[in-house]
Design a protein around this ligand. Structure first.
Ligand SMILES: NC(=O)c1ccc[n+]([C@@H]2O[C@H](COP(=O)([O-])OP(=O)(O)OC[C@H]3O[C@@H](n4cnc5c(N)ncnc54)[C@H](O)[C@@H]3O)[C@@H](O)[C@H]2O)c1
Length: 432
């Protein structure tokens, strides 16, 4: 029998205090568990302990102010791991040089966990929440933890518990998930992970380790496919003078399809879809498959932002020397995350064509400035729009929907929407 009584509140170590780790940790604390975050970035750990989240996520600051210093603490070392019941790996899995998942951070975290669990202690579960290719928990995490813990196989269990939260709605998604997926080799480790979520009302899907890993990849790949599909239909609609949003409203009412992720526009960005679809392509190729559908999903997504620039040039002529306002830098609204934002290829292409770019985002400008330092960043949309020859809308921030008179200050009121958000006259959609 496990020494952990199922249903009891647990002591958890969350490894990595980024978007997923910090939100999960704060929500587990809200569910009553005692949570240690292990975050190697000292500044992040300090910010968490002082109750101010290093990232923006709605509701997170409130959770941190309630729990930081009480049942939520951040550390930069693994010293307390052996006193906890469960460790959850939430470190990044960025794309490697060939587009496959770079698992070096997962391996390093596994090694540190193994070393921390070397001394005798009670039963401990190591769960992987990072998005990892099928086989990773069993073939990388397990052997690494066991090797560095001195082979304590009978007192360490393993599980895979993928995360489906959306940035911008992360706290809400975590507390109200559509389902909780738990993969394990043995029921005991899975039962302990399941009991963590006892306070939530969601169906639990119990599968093997690799199936849990694949559920996450397949979910992201299907969502990305819906977006690229809508964009392809939208590009055809545009040529025919049809509003793709009217079309997809009719399409999405079919319960077999659902209305979600059918919004045509500039394509998908963020830290997950592009990297996870690409990782799945590489995985398929390694296995001798040619994932043509997934390759096309990426190809449509890469072309889409460039179509925006081409449409702008069709409307205002060659872009060299033209002043272009880019509204929206975050990959989606309600986040400051610019990873793989569609604004990035757009800005690069504008600069390549000689345009002068003035950008505005209510939250993400400082993150974008780290990647693209050499454009003008404005404090307000109005500043970016004044005397601009054209405007591109790249993020569906609700405040852009309120803009109208601000566009009158442009040299010419040419507004191309990569996201459908405007309610005023004069906007033209990339594919509507
Ligand atoms: N961001 C999302 O919306 C989202 C959603 C679902 C799943 N995921 C997946 O979750 C994982 C984490 O994503 P993220 O967006 O939170 O990444 P992130 O980069 O925001 O956070 C990762 C954190 O881990 C820390 N870290 C790295 N190595 C460490 C180590 N050895 N010990 C302790 N801390 C360490 C980093 O400093 C960083 O703060 C990825 O696999 C991602 O694909 C992300």
């Amino acid at each position: 029998m496990s020494e952990i009584d199922l249903g009891d509140l647990m002591r958890i170590s969350v490894v990595g205090g980024g978007y997923v780790g910090l939100v999960s940790a704060a929500c587990f604390a809200q569910l009553g568990h005692s949570v240690d975050i292990i975050e190697i970035d000292e500044a992040k750990a300090e910010a968490i302990n002082s109750g101010s989240p290093p990232i923006y996520e709605k509701g997170l600051e409130e959770l941190l102010s309630r729990h930081a210093g009480c049942n939520l603490r951040a550390y930069t070392d693994y010293d307390n791991v052996r006193d906890t019941d469960l460790s959850i790996i939430c470190v990044g899995t960025p794309p490697g040089p060939d587009g496959g998942a770079d698992l070096s951070m997962v391996e390093k975290a596994s090694r540190s966990l193994g070393e921390a669990l070397r001394e005798e202690g009670g039963y401990h579960v190591v769960a992987v929440k990072s998005t990892v290719p099928p086989g990773t928990t069993e073939n990388l995490v397990m052997p690494t933890v066991l090797k560095h813990s001195g082979g304590a196989g009978d007192r360490i269990g393993f599980a895979m518990n993928p995360e489906f939260l959306r940035e911008g709605l992360a706290v809400q998604d975590f507390m109200h998930p559509d389902r909780i997926v738990i993969g394990s080799l043995e029921p005991k480790a899975g039962d302990i992970v399941e009991s963590l979520y006892a306070g939530l009302n969601a169906p639990v899907v119990r599968v093997g380790l690799s199936a849990a890993e694949m559920i996450k990849y397949a979910s992201n790949a299907l969502l990305a496919t819906k977006i690229s599909f809508s964009n392809e239909v939208g590009n055809i609609c545009k040529k025919l003078g049809i509003d793709v949003y009217e079309v997809m409203r009719g399409v999405g009412m079919d319960h077999r399809i659902s209305p979600h992720f059918l919004n045509a526009g500039a394509g998908f960005g963020g830290s997950c879809f592009p990297k996870d679809v690409t990782a799945m392509i590489r995985l398929g190729e390694k296995l001798g498959e040619d994932p043509v559908l997934l390759k096309s999903v990426i190809e449509v997504n890469e072309r889409q932002p460039l179509r925006l620039v081409e449409l702008l040039e069709e409307r205002i002529g060659p872009l060299a020397g033209k002043e272009v306002a880019v509204l929206g830098l975050a990959f989606k609204n309600d986040t400051d995350d610019v990873r793989d934002s569609r604004a990035l290829p757009v800005i690069k292409e504008l600069l390549r064509r000689g345009a002068l770019v003035r950008a505005y985002d209510p939250m993400a400008a400082s993150n974008m400035r780290k990647i693209v330092p050499d454009i003008d960043y404005c404090e307000r949309a109005a500043g970016a729009l004044k005397d601009a020859d054209g405007c591109l809308i790249m993020t569906e921030w609700p405040e852009f929907g309120e803009l109208d008179r601000e566009f009158d200050a442009m040299r010419s009121r040419v507004i191309i929407e990569g996201r459908k958000i405007l309610s005023c006259r004069g906007g033209e959609g990339i594919c509507w």
